[in-house]
Design a protein around this ligand. Structure first.
Ligand code: BDR
Ligand code: CA
Length: 320
């Protein structure tokens, strides 16, 4: 069993990832922490509470960061053209007043849960890395208490999606991401190199809806705006970025990884670019020498198997 805290900026693909975690029998979802990104922190937190209510998820929602690790840093605006003005595909998400968030800020919630379950908690982070960096700042000792950190973010042997150099979750807070990648906890990076290969077709999403009932109807509805964004970009469907990171937790054998330290470019034309120094490859003396921890970067994926696991997991629990 994997105890998971899901750090997220819902977000359409975040919503599918949340439903996957909620349904998977080997996942014990112990918390949801919100972060700004696909929308403002008020909106992503409201969306997390909305999905918790609609999908009857027990895990508490703790509100996270609404600004970058370094206050007032310049970053890109919320991508409303991808996720809609409401962050969930313009379905008209209602205000949620009957589900209270956890009273703690997300970074404090993360620290408390990690300390309560030493060695057991996997952090799955699929938004900007700000909450994780804030948690490390608050309590650096958690690096030895976390089981694994699995993040959706970055682009290594391919272009970014915000700039040619940078992927959105990293570009949105590069300093936070660099802190997370260089901390001495085990990190697995699930970036665009593999997520862009993992495209769920419209028909496959409709099949999930037909087989899984009401919960999946909501997922289907909120995904339509996002699918429209991907028209002309992928073949008839949508990229399920965040679900890939969740699938890694339960089925790492579906991914090929490369080991080596990872750094994030902070500033300039390549702001937010992720670079790995592969283990065993020789370079001249540089700032890359020294004690940087070796992390895992996903470089390939069995996309069909990932998509099948998402399907099978979500349809396994039917609710009308
Ligand atoms: C990432 O950015 C967000 O738009 C998605 O939810 C995903 O986490 C993809 O670059
Ligand atoms: Ca996300």
């Amino acid at each position: 069993m994997h105890k998971v805290i899901f750090d997220t900026d819902p977000g359409v693909d975040d919503a599918m990832a949340l439903l996957f975690l909620h349904h998977h029998p080997e996942i014990d979802l112990i918390g949801i922490t919100s972060v700004f990104g696909n929308a403002t922190i008020e909106t992503t937190t409201r969306n997390a509470l909305f999905l918790k209510r609609e999908w009857q998820i027990d895990a508490p929602v703790a509100k996270g960061a609404g600004e970058t690790f370094i206050p007032h840093r310049v970053t890109h605006a919320p991508p409303t053209f991808i996720h809609g003005d409401d962050g969930l595909g313009n379905i008209g998400v209602p205000e949620v007043t009957d589900v209270e968030p956890d009273p703690r800020p997300a970074h404090r919630f993360i620290v408390d849960m990690v300390r309560a379950h030493p060695g057991e908690v996997t952090l799955v982070a699929v938004g900007r890395m700000t909450n994780l960096a804030n948690a490390l700042k608050e309590d650096p000792e958690i690096v030895s208490l976390v089981r694994e950190v699995v993040i959706m973010g970055g682009a290594f042997d391919t272009n970014g999606n915000v700039t040619p150099a940078a992927e959105a979750n990293i570009h949105g807070d590069p300093e936070a991401a660099d802190i997370v990648m260089t901390a001495t906890w085990p990190v697995v990076v699930v970036g665009l190199d593999v997520t862009l290969k993992t495209v769920m077709t419209r028909q496959a999403l409709a099949d999930i809806r037909d087989a899984a009932g009401k919960r999946a109807q909501l997922l289907f509805d909120l995904s339509q705006f996002y699918i429209k964004f991907y028209e002309g970009r992928v073949q008839d469907g949508m990229v399920v970025h965040d679900s890939c990171a969740c699938v890694y937790v339960v089925a790492p054998e579906l991914f090929t990884t490369r080991s080596g330290p990872v750094r994030v470019v902070c500033g300039g034309i390549a702001d937010g670019q992720t670079i790995q120094k592969p283990d065993g490859k020789g370079f001249g003396p540089s700032d890359w020498d020294g004690d940087l921890p070796s992390q895992k970067v996903c470089v390939d994926v069995d996309a069909d198997a990932v998509l099948k696991l998402i399907h099978d997991t979500i349809v396994a629990i039917k609710e009308d």
